[in-house]
Design a protein around this ligand. Structure first.
Ligand code: ZN
Length: 73
């Protein structure tokens, strides 16, 4: 999604760079378009804010050793 924060994670416990369970809380404003019959089409969704609550390494099963890696711009 455009504007999404490009963050990578690394588990310093096992070296995992690719498999994480990421729990996020998002605030999203969407344009709900209802037909006359009441059928809903969500036509536009804008992420107003997003917060990462927890990142857990899939290999270790914990998030204690996971650190965020911000790529060099
Ligand atoms: Zn790990």
């Amino acid at each position: 999604m455009e504007g999404a924060i490009q963050v990578r994670y690394r588990c310093s416990g096992c070296g995992n760079l690719t498999r994480f369970d990421v729990t996020t809380t998002s605030t999203v404003r969407s344009f709900n378009h209802y037909s006359v019959g009441g059928e809903l089409v969500v036509e536009d969704a804008e992420v107003l804010s997003e917060r990462v609550d927890e990142v857990v390494c899939r290999w270790c099963g914990t998030g204690t050793a996971v650190e965020a890696v911000t790529p060099p711009s």
